[in-house]
Design a protein around this ligand. Structure first.
Ligand code: AMP
Ligand code: GLY
Length: 421
């Protein structure tokens, strides 16, 4: 089978490594991938958003199956375009990817179906949004409707900050069209849990839960990033919480999408907050999370390709999706200064014994050498019988990798250990 993976980061590297375990996956291409994945797949320099070029490549190589991993191509209709040419895909069509592509859509869907989420109001004109801010309790959360590279959420501690956030989005248009409509919502509290789930539109099979660490520095300080590390399972996701989520959130969401004529097939990501009133949805993503995937897929005992194909073809109910009862920890190595200013091009050495545990996010080849080529350079994942073992293992692996200006958080998993479970 010839497989194409659209995307280029650590998540895609984890997907490639998962797919490769199945001997049926004879050829795997990644568009664009990065130089750090070259041992695992053929990287082709086509951008993940260049849908016509992706389709052309897929036809030329006679691709049998395509996995579209990032949000942008999904929202832009990469799956629709590939399917129109007869190429079967893992991932939702554009009409279902809107669950991530528009926060207004997602919030209205939840309201309509009684799915627990923060109370909210939506606005498309600035004057009404500003008037609303004067009455809203603080802290208050202001969100741009569309995709904004993970930066479209502002937690305003004061009314002034909320006014500023509204103006940034609607007047200065820092997120372009994504901020033409906004959501202003209630500030929720509680531990956050990520749950990725396979769904074929009929059945939902949640993967093992995980916890992201979004801030750049130890102790959850510093600016928000694309994610500095993850652990799985998430101790706050108890069996009782899981049962409530399935009944109150997962199944109702999938049924609601069907009722809208927007059947979701692929990986649906539930960003949850376990509030004092119970689990509530903070966000939906229409795809695997990054770096959640780098802890979730290494714990998957079932064959990834089989599970993906059964998701695509509506056979998920009869397909086993089994996870190990081990724990996993992924530590991200970044370039100093990330997520703000950082340099690239530092030679990158990954020892051979560490390489199987590494998911490269940003690397390039220069004069034949692997060099860093991004803020987040790579993630390294260890499994363990217990969470402390997994954490220790991940740091031991991280310490075998060297590049100039490398930094990582030293407390990945500490919050999970505090749960005391
Ligand atoms: P999002 O881009 O929707 O994942 O939001 C980014 C982060 O903002 C989340 O991971 C939460 O930590 C935080 N956040 C979003 N919405 C809320 C909310 N209603 N209450 C509290 N925190 C929130
Ligand atoms: N780790 C959060 C995300 O993938 O959006």
């Amino acid at each position: 089978m010839k497989i194409l993976v659209v995307g280029g980061g650590g998540r895609e590297h984890a997907i490639v490594k998962g797919l490769k375990k199945n001997p049926q996956a004879e050829e795997i291409y990644v568009l664009p991938g990065n130089a750090g994945m070259e041992d695992d797949a053929v990287c082709v320099n086509i951008g993940a958003k260049d849908i016509p070029a992706i389709v052309e490549f897929a036809l030329e190589k006679k691709i049998d199956y395509a996995v579209v991993a990032p949000d942008d191509p999904l929202v832009l209709g990469a799956v629709d375009a590939l399917e129109a040419k007869g190429i079967s895909c893992f991932g939702p069509r554009a009409n279902a990817a809107i669950i991530e592509g528009s926060k207004v859509f997602a919030k209205d869907l939840m309201k309509k179906c009684g799915i627990p989420t923060a109370r909210y109001a939506t606005f498309s004109d600035m004057a009404s949004a500003l008037a609303y801010v004067e009455t809203a309790p603080v802290p208050t959360v202001v969100k741009a409707d569309g995709l904004a590279l993970g930066k479209g959420v502002i937690i305003a501690q004061t009314r002034e900050e909320a006014r500023e956030a509204v103006r940034t989005m609607m007047e200065d248009k820092v997120f372009g069209k994504s901020g033409e409509r906004i959501v202003i919502e209630e500030f929720l509290t509680g531990p956050e849990v990520s749950v990725l789930a396979f769904t074929d539109g009929k059945t939902v099979k949640p993967m093992i839960s995980s916890m992201d660490h979004k801030r750049a520095l130890d102790g959850d300080q510093g600016p928000n990033t694309g994610g500095m590390g993850t652990v799985a399972p998430n101790p706050y996701y108890t069996p009782a919480v899981a049962e409530r989520c399935m009944k109150e959130i997962f199944l109702p969401t999938v049924h609601a999408m069907n009722a809208e004529g927007r059947t979701f097939r692929g990986c649906l990501y539930f960003g949850l907050m376990i509030t004092p009133e119970g689990p509530k949805v903070i966000e939906y993503n229409c795809r695997f999370g990054d770096p959640e995937t780098q802890v979730v897929l290494p714990l998957l005992e079932s064959d990834l390709l089989t599970v993906m194909l059964s998701t695509t073809h509506g056979r998920l109910a009869e397909t086993e999706v089994k996870f190990s009862d081990k724990c996993a920890c992924c530590v991200i190595l970044a370039s100093k200064g990330y997520p703000k200013h950082y340099e690239k091009g530092f030679p990158l050495d990954i020892p051979e014994s560490t390489a199987p545990h590494v998911y490269v996010a940003g690397a390039a080849r220069k004069d034949g050498r692997l060099v860093t080529n991004g803020g987040r350079v790579l993630g390294v994942t260890a499994l363990g019988d217990t969470l402390p073992e997994a954490i220790e293992g991940a740091y031991a692996l991280a310490d075998t990798i060297h590049f100039e200006n490398a930094f990582c958080r030293r407390d990945i998993g500490a919050r999970a250990l505090k749960a005391g479970r």
